[in-house]
Design a protein around this ligand. Structure first.
Ligand SMILES: *Cc1c(COP(=O)(O)O)cnc(C)c1O
Length: 489
């Protein structure tokens, strides 16, 4: 069956995958889903004979309608040739009986690279059919902006403007963004905090005057948000690839079930695992690991999602999230595609900050998903324990997944979402060392870690600053217009 996409909130207007990639989010606020997901399985025996790129081709062919076979090959080659540390892309390591899936060996040392290296190519191919160009606007608290710029750098028909809060990102994040190369990339420090930058970007997406001016040059605004199917679908690939690696290591035989433990924020990563299962991957359970922002742990235990609680800043900042947007897709499938129910829950969430599932939907979800959360002290203790026992260094996000994975009785794969060198000071602190200079901290960690500093981070300290604009939030629109003239000249 040819996949098509429609909103989680209404059974209308099926569109192709290409259109869904272009639109990002449905006009009714819902997320794009394919109702037929799960009706056809991929051939597991065939998949485990392939390499990463081969598995990617099978997964994309099954889900991305509208793209030709040549276009998909092109996207895969452009994204995954030479940009990761090795052709393995996402290697699995045995760390004391828990299998760690290292998703951080891409250009910016964060798991978001796996999807953000290929989304720009999906977008570029979809744009080609329309004759238009896309300008990506992204507000970032630090990590997503860098991974997005790195992915979009010099991709045809695209440009990107990134806005981060001035003086409110880490020294390493600042250097990562301010040194970004590429003729289609602009970076701005914005006065104020992340929310100021984020609200202004949201306003710009609704600004009819801006849209009209850009349209005169055939430019459309677009986002690289994690709810885009072009970010979700690439993440399915490494679930199959991790399974293949366990078969090859002799840990399991083809057909055996495994479990996954996933450090979770917006629920995109773990949802991709659910999609892999719908496509035929044998899965026993998904462990959803959180930090002190434990909304999901509570939800998975009792069926009520309640965001009415203080936002807690932790040492695993990419999981500091109170609204996990991609959960909406799981609700859609678990409620047997009841778009009315989903729309109702999302309305409750928007109006009251909470919703409660019906019994059947909750039973369906709790059968497969189990949550667990860890505060900073527990994450630090896990980093220390694992290092003392094995010499392996976890970052704080991955530590949550590792700790929760210990509950599993079936072979379990813990997803590791960031290099410890991205959070060096907290990692060193966990190991009993303090260092205020972030670059020195990296060198100190390297002395005790078998794994070297990733090359892009190692050279960062010495790179030249290319972007030094500091702007007022009110000036963002003007800067976007100027940037688009420059980028698409
Ligand atoms: C984004 C991110 C996560 C959370 O992933 P989701 O798909 O949002 O659940 C976890 N760890 C790191 C390091 C991240 O950057």
């Amino acid at each position: 069956m040819k996949p098509y996409y429609q909103s989680t909130r209404k059974n209308a207007d099926p569109i192709s995958a290409k259109e869904a990639v272009l639109q990002g989010i449905s006009p009714d606020g819902g997320l794009f889903v394919w109702p037929g997901l799960g009706q056809e399985k991929l051939n597991l025996n065939k998949l485990i004979q392939l390499d990463y790129k081969g598995i990617a081709k099978e997964v994309f062919t099954a889900l991305l309608s509208g793209y030709t076979s040549e276009e998909l090959d092109d996207c895969i080659e452009n994204a995954y040739t030479g940009s990761f540390e090795s052709d393995e892309i996402t290697p699995v390591k045995d760390v004391d009986g828990i299998y760690i899936l290292e998703l951080f060996r891409g250009p910016t040392s964060a798991f978001k690279d796996v999807a953000l290296t290929i989304l720009p190519w999906f977008l570029s191919k979809a744009l080609k059919d329309t004759g238009k160009k896309a300008l990506i606007l992204t507000a970032t608290s630090g990590d997503t902006g860098k991974a997005a710029m790195s992915g979009f750098e010099d991709v045809d028909n695209t440009g990107i403007c990134v806005f981060y809060p001035h003086n409110k990102v880490s020294a390493v994040q600042y250097k990562q963004m301010a040194t970004q190369s590429g003729g289609n990339v602009k970076v701005f420090a914005v006065e104020g905090n992340f929310d100021d930058a984020q609200s202004m970007v949201k306003k710009l997406f609704l600004d009819e005057d801006l849209k009209e001016k850009l349209a005169q040059d055939d430019i459309v605004l677009s986002s690289a948000n994690s709810i885009n199917i072009g970010r979700l679908i690439p993440q399915i690939v490494y679930y199959f690839d991790a399974y293949r690696q366990l078969v090859n290591k002799g840990v399991i035989q083809t057909g055996d079930k495994v479990s996954f433990s996933v450090p979770t924020g917006n629920f995109g990563d773990v949802l991709a695992g659910y999609y892999a299962m719908q496509l035929g991957l044998p899965v026993e359970k998904f462990y959803v690991a959180s930090n002190a922002n434990n909304v999901l742990t509570e939800f998975l235990a009792c069926g009520t999602y309640n965001r009415n609680r203080p936002f807690i800043q932790t040492i695993s900042p990419s999981m500091d999230i109170l609204i996990s947007s991609n959960l909406e897709r799981l609700l859609y499938y678990a409620s047997n595609k009841d778009t009315e129910k989903v729309a109702g829950w999302m309305k409750d969430l928007a109006e009251k900050g909470s919703y409660t599932l019906d019994e059947d939907t909750f039973a369906e979800i709790s059968r497969l998903f189990e949550g667990g959360w860890y505060d900073d002290a527990q994450l630090k203790a896990t980093i220390k324990d694992v290092f003392d026992k094995t010499g392996y260094v976890l970052d704080p996000h991955s530590a949550a997944a590792y700790a929760l994975a210990k509950k599993s009785e079936t072979p379990v794969i813990a997803l590791s979402t960031a290099s410890p060198y991205k959070f060096t000071q907290d990692v060193l602190d966990s190991l009993g060392q303090k260092e205020d200079n972030p670059w020195q901290a990296m060198r100190d960690l390297e002395k005790i870690n078998a794994d070297a500093i990733p090359h892009p981070l190692a050279v960062l300290e010495r790179l030249e600053i290319l972007h030094d604009a500091v702007i007022d939030p009110e000036a963002m629109k003007e800067n976007v217009l100027d940037a688009s003239k420059e980028i698409f000249a």
